[in-house]
Design a protein around this ligand. Structure first.
Ligand code: UD1
Length: 343
């Protein structure tokens, strides 16, 4: 069975987006191979993937920045056809406190991966980027042609630098790498089975896990970071995309690379094309869950962009990418997952 499937290495495959991508890849006929060091993920995600798929997914516990360990994976899985590189640190605030860790981890893992991919002539890479590269955009929605801005955190800077590294490697004379850079907007929600979902370590920094933990009684109160922005209700606007829709975007990106249809470097926004305010998220969550949420309005969070959402025309036209899940259904899935987790 395994031999007939095209093998795709998924770094960070035990993580939030990675685990959902592993499920979608397998269900699309690929054989995902997971590499993860559990630095921001848990073994239970692998169990959840196994329960959903009914099969064991090959797994290697390693830090992708450990080139020797990564090389052993490529040796063991001889015929890898491509890689989706999720493995990276992603908390904006933490990156300000520990910049060196972020540069070492996020750049180190990409450099190691590219070195090993080069030695084994594995030439197809899908890279996890972020809408953070657009900074505070001059116009909305943002297209892939919207100029990038100086990053406002070391985390954001690592995404920009990684995009630049990939572009340079692709364009090097004799280079064989082809890459698709996927700029994610705000992934939320969980698999409909509630067997995998987001597993924040400690106090969640992101909105939706904080919301679901507050509704579950784990956190006392949500603080909405400011209501005096220049937006219709004064709170920030983001483009919240269901994680399974996002995961499916990776499958079509891999398919495009393997079919040889892509240019050497291509960039796609993955969002819904819809902007929703923080208050809308709170109200929609209350409707989806039937729970009243305890919240207050607090001070703006430093570094927050007032409003950003995606123009997804390019992903729709070129990748055939569409999103299927409404904000309400996405939040309902997040709540179902929170309930499955318990306290
Ligand atoms: C941020 C990053 C993004 C990164 C993502 C991953 C920026 C501009 N964006 O997204 O690149 O990939 O984190 O972690 O750096 N909010 C509250 N109360 C809370 C938590 C959040 O009001 O307790 C608000 C925020 O102010 C924001 C919205 O909810 O308006 C979403 O916040 P969050 O989930 O942290 O994501 P971003 O900051 O958009």
């Amino acid at each position: 069975m395994t031999e007939q499937r095209t093998k795709i290495l998924v770094t960070g495959g035990a993580g939030y987006i990675g685990s959902h991508a592993v499920v979608e890849l397998y269900q699309a006929g690929f054989q995902p191979i997971i590499a993860d060091d559990f630095s921001n993920s848990q073994q239970s995600a692998l169990a959840g993937v196994r329960e959903i798929l009914g099969v064991e997914t090959p797994f290697y516990e390693l830090d992708v920045a450990d080139e020797a360990a990564l090389r052993r994976v490529f040796e063991a899985e001889k015929d890898l056809q491509g890689v989706i590189h999720f493995a990276a640190s992603k908390a904006v605030g933490e990156s300000v406190a520990k910049p060196l860790h972020y540069y070492r981890n996020n750049l180190g893992s990409l450099l190691s991966l590219l070195t090993v991919m080069g030695s084994f002539q594995v030439n197809n890479l899908v890279f996890s980027s972020s809408c953070t590269v657009y900074g505070v955009p001059d116009a909305l929605p943002v297209t892939e042609a919207t100029p990038t801005k100086k990053a406002n955190s070391p985390y954001g800077n690592t995404k920009q630098i990684c995009e630049d590294i990939l572009t340079d490697v692709v364009h090097a004379p004799g280079g064989t790498l082809r890459t698709i850079l996927l700029r994610y907007f705000n992934p939320i929600g969980a698999h409909e089975s509630a067997k995998i979902g987001e597993l924040p370590l400690g106090v969640p920094q992101n909105l939706v896990p904080f919301v679901t933990q507050t509704a579950a009684g784990i956190r006392e109160q949500l603080t909405i970071y400011g209501d005096t922005y220049d937006t219709p209700d004064g709170t920030n606007i983001r483009d919240y995309i269901h994680v399974v829709d996002l995961a499916k975007g990776h499958v079509v990106a891999v398919q495009r690379l393997l079919a040889g249809e892509s240019d050497n470097v291509e960039t796609f926004n993955l969002g819904t094309g819809r902007g929703n305010s923080v208050l809308e998220v709170v109200q929609t969550f209350e409707k989806a869950s039937g729970q009243k949420l305890n919240y207050r309005i607090g001070e703006p969070r430093p570094g927050d962009v007032p409003a950003i959402y995606a123009d997804v025309t390019k992903a729709t036209e070129v990748l055939g990418f569409t999103t299927e899940t409404s904000l309400e259904d996405s939040l309902a899935s997040a709540w179902k997952w929170q309930q499955a987790l318990g306290k």
